[in-house]
Design a binder for this molecule. Structure first.
Ligand SMILES: *Cc1c(COP(=O)(O)O)cnc(C)c1O
Length: 455
């Protein structure tokens, strides 16, 4: 037996008892959140129409740590703590002196990190008396995670699923229905907005923006019976994901190493925030100097090419206005396979840290992410989600740079999900049909489409 260790496993008793709230350590003042109608700073009452009060309180909380309720920890135990793996076979294939570690969030019961916040959100809705939740889903990762969570807490769930995905990608729909959720292809005839839209565009394939509007309308018009749930972007969602990075801190200690660089892909920013914020805490309070790198597709280069400005969270201009790097709320992304990375904006907390120089961002073109994903599958054995393959691409690039410079570098990346429900994407890549969708856009073009805000 070789002494080489591959897996760093924690006991259930090591499961974090608290989430880490980076708002307590933010090196810059928080940016205001605005009401989409009045463009004035938002009130808790407005947010409470959409979210239960306990989550509204978490959204604005400055407490450094927030206790994870026992009921949530009991469900986390079904798959947490997740393994940290040293990617020794990938290191060998690259011939690099770098040490590559990855956190496997694909081991969750829904196949991605999204279950971490889905369970927490369903729990708080339950204790605040919510009978029913509404949400949107694109390809279906978020809808699947929330379906499982609502099933556990006996809350009914309505999911507005982008019609093109509903028709072309039936498997995640089947998953959601198996957990008892009601799925509507959006645009649907369930809402005023959907009916109006269908009248004008009877053959519309739908979009995430339309689906968000339908889910929000359903909650707003329910007289408080139904609330709305969002799978990324907001402060409380990123906080729920910090179980990932907190476990990594303990596991890196078991490996007797500390990362020089922590990498995650970014759609709305939640899995990156989850893995990186506990390390950001060490940088901000203990003088550590770990580089924190957010990876986005060149097809949706929010951080690397967008202006930092106020913009609506959704296409229909019904959601709150946030200050974020943005490609514009009416931006239509190219139909890339990493569906979870096709959002026009970015979590405000990530934007603040990026703007102030505390985190880095890189954009990578689609074909290179798939070649990285395939190399990872062939060496480590796991087919990664196309979203996660963005993080793998940059982890490999970091390892190759370390090789060129002849330096030992400790690299940690988050494997946000597995790709076993994304095989059509791998089929397209294997047949040479994955193209470079790099977006060429100017900041002036984007700025012309943003709301006018007097701030
Ligand atoms: C949804 C999703 C993402 C992107 O969302 P974030 O909020 O940025 O984490 C990334 N990876 C996977 C597997 C996803 O399902």
């Amino acid at each position: 037996m070789s002494k080489e260790q591959y897996k760093y496993l924690l006991n259930e008793s090591d499961l974090p008892k608290q989430w880490y709230n980076i708002s307590a350590d933010m090196p810059v003042d928080p940016t205001p959140v605005l009401n989409p109608q009045t463009k004035e700073p938002i009130t808790p009452e407005f947010l409470n129409v959409l979210f239960p009060m306990s989550l509204v309180e978490q959204e604005v909380s400055k407490d450094r740590y927030v206790d994870i309720p026992k009921e949530v920890r009991e469900i986390y135990k079904l798959w947490r703590p997740t393994p940290l793996i040293r990617a020794r076979r990938l290191e060998k294939a690259l011939g690099t002196p770098a040490h590559i570690y990855y956190k496997n969030e694909g081991a969750s019961i829904s196949g991605s990190h999204k279950t971490n916040t889905a369970v927490a959100q369903a729990y708080y809705n339950k204790i605040d008396g919510t009978k029913s939740l509404t949400t949107e889903t694109g390809a279906g990762q978020w809808g699947s995670a929330l379906s499982i969570a609502c099933n556990f807490f006996d809350i009914s769930l309505e999911v507005f699923m982008v019609k093109a995905s509903y028709e072309q990608k039936p498997y995640r729909r089947v998953i959601m229905q198996t957990y008892g959720a009601d799925i509507f292809p959006s645009p649907s005839n369930q809402t005023d907005y959907g009916r109006r839209y269908l009248e004008e565009h009877p053959n519309s394939p739908g979009s995430l923006g339309i689906a968000i509007s339908e889910a929000v309308e359903t909650a707003v018009k329910s007289n408080g019976a139904k609330k709305y749930s969002l799978g990324s972007v907001l402060n409380h969602v990123l906080m729920h994901q910090t179980v990932i990075g907190q476990e990594c801190l303990k596991q890196m200690e078991m490996a007797d190493e500390y990362p020089d660089v922590v990498i995650g892909c970014v759609g709305g920013g939640s899995n990156f925030g989850g893995v990186a914020f506990p390390f950001a805490h060490k940088n901000l309070t203990e003088g550590r100097k770990t580089r924190l790198v957010a990876v986005e597709p060149t097809a949706t280069p929010t951080l690397t090419k967008g202006p930092y400005a106020f913009d609506y969270g959704d296409t229909a201009m019904m959601a709150p206005i946030l200050k974020m790097f943005t490609l514009g709320h009416d931006f239509i992304p190219a139909p890339i396979h990493a569906g979870g990375l096709r959002y026009h904006g970015m979590a405000p907390q990530i934007c603040m840290l990026y703007d102030a120089g505390f985190i880095e961002a890189v954009a990578v073109p689609q074909p290179g992410t798939f070649s990285a994903g395939v190399l990872f599958a062939q060496t480590e054995g796991i087919i990664p989600a196309p979203e996660s393959a963005h993080a793998i691409r940059v982890a490999i690039d970091e390892a190759l740079e370390a090789k060129e410079k002849g330096e030992k570098r400790v690299i940690l990346f988050n494997l946000s999900g597995h790709g076993l429900l994304d095989l059509a994407a791998y089929d397209a890549y294997n047949q040479g049909r994955v193209v470079d969708d790099t977006l060429e856009i100017s900041q002036d073009e984007i700025k012309a489409r943003l709301p006018q805000v007097a701030l």
